[in-house]
Design a protein around this ligand. Structure first.
Ligand code: FE2
Length: 276
């Protein structure tokens, strides 16, 4: 059983023609690759920055692109999203909210539970206030023995790409840590936001950030003066990608995948194992 994670779609409109064409083409490339996977994933989690400026027309565009998707899609929000506008356009079954109106919910997929969190605050930093943290604690405690993946747009640990990283002393990060720490059913934290795959550990749990379907962040781990632009490259047209969560023999693992059609290098024409 697998679940695909796509993130940082940054879908936009003809008002921004370069990004509209590029981000839609790259998103379609990712969706094509996911639809070709065997076994086919049972769901796609879109983990935020669904659109670029949080405008209703952008969410209409997102609906149009995702209408071809044959796999159920579950949405989370990122700092480029607008909660109210998203909920106006994606009403009905896509509008999954907690009792306080945050886009937070839990979904069971056979042996695995996925808990989608709403870390939207903006303009770039995440947030997780006491109301949201209380919901997460109660939601996790409802299924203490079921292997669970938690979806967070904002990684609560630094990637090393300085201009995107959070302040590790932020109150929201401490709050999130306190909820996740010791809740042993949590097997994987799956994030976006950094537009580049990286992994680490937070509150004792494995954390994986997926590459964007749109453009990637340049891998530049040097110091940066946040107040003095120096002309460095910060975003790059590396191939679009996604992550794949796999439940297998009691384990949850993630694969970081590139989208596209690649030429086979070797085919299975000899036994993998020979008899002793
Ligand atoms: Fe993004």
């Amino acid at each position: 059983m697998t679940i695909a994670q796509i993130t940082d779609l940054h879908v936009t409109t003809e008002k921004d023609p370069l990004n509209q064409r590029r981000n839609e083409a790259r998103l379609r490339q990712v969706l094509n690759t996911i639809h070709g996977l065997r076994p086919r994933p049972v769901a796609i989690i879109a983990s935020g920055d669904l659109v670029d400026r949080g405008e209703p027309e952008e969410y209409d565009e997102l609906k149009r692109v995702m209408a071809d998707c044959e796999i159920p899609v579950f949405y989370a929000l990122g700092n480029h999203d607008d909660r109210k506008t998203f909920l106006q356009v994606f009403d009905g079954p896509d509008a999954r909210v907690d009792e306080n109106g945050f886009v937070q919910y839990a979904v069971d997929f056979g042996p695995v539970r996925v808990v989608v969190c709403d870390t939207l605050e903006g303009p770039n930093d995440g947030d997780y206030d006491p109301l949201r943290a209380d919901w997460l604690a109660r939601t996790l405690d409802a299924e203490p023995d079921k292997p669970t993946a938690v979806i967070l747009h904002h990684p609560p640990i630094p990637s090393g790409i300085r201009w995107m990283d959070p302040d590790p002393e932020s109150e929201w990060i401490k709050r999130l840590h306190d909820v996740l720490h010791g809740r042993r059913q949590v097997k994987m934290l799956m994030c976006g936001h950094i537009h580049r795959a990286f992994s680490g550990v937070f509150a004792g749990h494995s954390l994986c950030a997926a590459p964007a379907t749109s453009i990637q962040l340049t891998l530049d781990l040097t110091e940066v003066d946040m107040h003095r632009p120096d002309g460095r490259e910060i975003l790059v047209e590396e191939p679009p990608g996604f992550a794949l969560l796999m439940a297998h023999e009691g384990h949850l693992t993630t694969h970081t995948c590139l989208a596209g059609a690649f030429k086979p290098a070797v085919t299975y024409n000899f036994p993998f194992r020979t008899k002793a």
